[in-house]
Design a protein around this ligand. Sequence first.
Ligand code: PEP
Ligand code: MG
Length: 593
Amino acid sequence: MEILKGIGVTPGYATGEAFVFEREDVLVRGRFVRAEEVEREVERFQAAVKSVSDEIEEMRERVRGDLGDNVSRIFESYRWIVDDPVFKEEVERRVRNNRFTAEYSVDRSFKRLIRRLQNIPNPYMRQRIVDIEDLEKRFLSALSGARSEASGRLDRPVVVVGHDLSPAQLAGMDRRKILGIATDVGGRTSHTAIMARDYGIPAVVGLETAGLDVTAGDKVIVDGSRGLLIIDPDEGTLDRYRTLEQEYIGFEVELAKKSQAKVATKDGVGVSVFANMEFPEEIDVVLESGADGVGLFRTEFLYLAADRPPTEDEHATVYIEVAKGLGEKPVVVRTFDLGADKLMKADSAEMGSERNPALGLRGIRLYRVRPEVFRSQVAAIYRASAHGNVKMMVPMVTSVEDVRWVRERCWEVQQELKRRGEWFNPEMPVGVMVETPAAIMVADLIAREVDFFSIGTNDLVQYTLAVDRSNERVAQEFEPLNLSVLRMVDRIIRLGKDKNVPVAMCGEMAGDVNLVMLLLGMGLREFSVSPSSIPEVKAVLVELDAAKAEDVMREALHLHTLQEIRLFIEGANRDLMPEMFRRVSTMHRQGKV
Ligand code: PEP
Ligand code: MG
């Protein structure tokens, strides 16, 4: 028996025979053509665009049939590239100017796009690379005359294991035959993870070596709740998992039924549980999850395809759709958090690539360099505020000047919209993410100038502990329970209460069911978590007593070491909500395999 640890993206369990998914690399043969062949080469490329476009449409139809419109829209990011005139022009220009083959020109364009994505500090954008690589393979296959066929014809129920798996490949398989998914690469927010979640298939990604360690036909268990892949399990483990699987199904059904209601703790303290979302197509999933609104709508996806930033209208279409979809429920639109290279041509001498993008020209710093790009997004968010309960949130703030600069741009945008006769809510709340230690140290001053705070623990932990959040070698060090992080979180929540500024938390820490009590005890009343965590977070909150949680939290903050804090919180969870602790915690983290 061998156990690999990765990131669980769809909770639940699956036991079955492994199907090892492999997709052969398509080689780029030949680089140059003769002058008289250039036009034919351009035509070959145009035919390939058509063929790939048809392929995507077919996949989209198939997924639409299975999962509906919203999920099928994942394929829109493929479309953005295939239909992008700039991409087509660029490839054709390369063929004509350099006499490159269509294959080589396509390869150059994709490599450049991938390089740009790799330099972006935001992990959600980097995860789009899997999609882009898949699209390139489709182009190269089409150019070689072959239709790219996922080599995944499934004739019996299996657990699909592979180095990676794109949404298109997943869509190409018969989903009724996929018991579970395990891949080496990918993250919680990759498109594949989102689809697996929507299909309800237990999935683990980021396993690093599963593609090599598993042989087709091996018996495997996917533990999507704890992020494990168990290869060749012994009888005892198999039995335990069969029981867990049965319990889990019953438990999920029970939680889902209750999650639509607003929640209050046992002592009557109302708490909101919002959803984080990355793509507009997730809106149905968000609503079904029972979310009280959207606490973080990341907007980086809009910058994925083109060589230019989105226009104000492109922004506005998306925000208005989401605002309307949520009705009266709030949506917090976060302005883009990207590095310089995504906004400006990666190969421009002006910017170059950054050695340390997480500490580079990103977020609000970049807005200052390209204020017109920021202004067009802000204008679109204001326009959406006429259609729903919209708020705006700015990332990576470190000072009062940052906030004032944003407020000034908001004022300018408002004047411009008035001039144009556009409707908007002049009182639209504007808040900031608290995700740098600097913001916490001056939060008392920032509090006077903003409408709300939202704690971004993903970055706050990274910057407080000096641990790169995307480096798996230091993943063990990435610890929200580190006392320094807890003190910061406690401090900002208390400050918000004193100054009457609402404080939410939208980092991953908020969705950890084992930490809900601690955060409630600190006074957190707004949690923003991934849609799949909402039923559980709500279920835990209704079992808790806010006053008791506060006592527990005060005691925890007097402890000195991580080990002491962990054990103390586990014990407190067990004492305060014995039944829920047994069901949630054992299924998610604590149980030993
Ligand atoms: C965070 O930093 O905690 C956060 C929610 O933002 P992102 O993960 O997009 O950086
Ligand atoms: Mg962040």
